[in-house]
Design a protein around this ligand. Structure first.
Ligand SMILES: NC(=O)c1ccc[n+]([C@@H]2O[C@H](COP(=O)([O-])OP(=O)(O)OC[C@H]3O[C@@H](n4cnc5c(N)ncnc54)[C@H](O)[C@@H]3O)[C@@H](O)[C@H]2O)c1
Length: 306
């Protein structure tokens, strides 16, 4: 199939692009390189350096005639969304509408959308929570992701285009930008390898559910099934706090500096842990990478990048 991947110069979508090419699909990447890197784009992919808000996007869609669109381009920092909510909405709501609109108008069969299980529910009432949990996001980023989901469902209802929404918890692993604003495992790993100070926000007590990149790629491969539709969490159901991440990474990197505890940041949830039972039942997908092993793989990767 011919697949458009937005954000394909970034962490998650470049790994998905590798997989789709390996599976024999034709891959076209759209990315404005604001946060991604040209070296992440696989040699076998066609590349448009373009903003997802570009008014000429429709011409690319008309020319290429995609079967599937996998939409990952986004501003993905919760903190940036709190600081600059309008900028966040321009990419994460308006950019999404432009992509879905172009897809619906050019006969795309299915849109796969990367949403966020760590933010669309807001402070959870159940642990782990499933897809039926209430949506009360506490950050502009979470509000935007949820709005984008609803726009995609609107386009699906009105234009008949199939869709799948994959709500990831916190993704980690190779190619995550350790100098970015999000991705605590990447940030800690690089800082520890460089012997720099690390800060544990929320006094280290905030909890997250970390899912490894290969498991996320596997979910995106299964999402190509044209008969599969709906909203699915992509999560491990394992909840750990920042002290756990710090202690394990410090051990793997021989880091001896003390923990520096910092305050909570507005927009960051206290606890996040989700159930992926629904996608397991629908497709057999399960998280295969245990966190401790994933941390070892991730540190190995950043050692090669020093
Ligand atoms: N990393 C996570 O833990 C996580 C969790 C849940 C959901 N997600 C979602 O997954 C997707 C990918 O996240 P990531 O961690 O790979 O981030 P990333 O920053 O590595 O990748 C995002 C890519 O989108 C591109 N981009 C940004 N704005 C653009 C625009 N206006 N036009 C064109 N391209 C643009 C960037 O250049 C970058 O290559 C995002 O939608 C994010 O919200 C990520």
């Amino acid at each position: 199939m011919k697949i458009c991947i937005t954000g394909g110069a970034g962490f998650i979508a470049s790994n998905i692009a590798d997989k789709y090419i390996e599976l024999g699909h034709e891959v076209v990447i759209i990315d404005n390189l604001s946060l991604g890197f040209i070296e992440n784009i696989p040699a076998g992919a066609k590349f448009y350096e373009m903003d997802i808000n570009d008014e000429n996007l429709i011409k690319v869609f008309e020319e290429e005639k995609f079967d599937i669109v996998n939409h990952h381009a986004a501003q993905m920092s919760v903190r940036n969304s709190v600081a600059l909510p309008i900028e966040d909405a321009k990419t994460n709501i308006l950019g999404g509408i432009n992509i879905f609109d172009c897809a619906a108008r050019t006969g795309v069969k299915k849109v796969i959308f990367a949403s966020s299980a760590g933010t669309v529910y807001g402070e959870q009432l159940e642990f782990p929570c499933d897809e039926t949990h209430q949506n009360m996001p506490i950050s502009p980023y979470g509000v935007a992701k949820f709005a984008e989901e609803k726009y995609l469902q609107y386009y699906s209802t009105v234009f008949g285009m199939n869709y799948i929404i994959l709500r990831y918890t916190n993704v980690y692993g190779r190619r995550q930008n350790p100098k970015g604003e999000a991705g605590v495992i990447a940030i800690f790993a690089l800082k520890m390898l460089n012997g720099e100070e690390t800060f544990l926000t929320g006094q280290g007590n905030i909890t997250r559910d970390y899912v490894y990149i290969d498991d996320v790629v596997d979910a995106n491969a299964r999402a190509l099934d044209l008969n599969l539709k709906g909203v699915f969490n992509i999560a491990t159901g394992v909840e750990v706090d920042l002290h756990y991440i710090f202690d394990h990474l410090a051990n793997l990197t021989n880091y001896t500096q003390p923990k520096v505890l910092a305050d909570y940041k507005i927009g960051e949830q206290m606890r996040s842990v989700c159930s992926s039972k629904k996608i397991t039942e629908a497709t057999g997908w399960e998280p295969k990478m245990p966190l401790d092993k994933g941390l070892i793989e991730t540190v190995k990767y950043y050692k090669t990048k020093l």
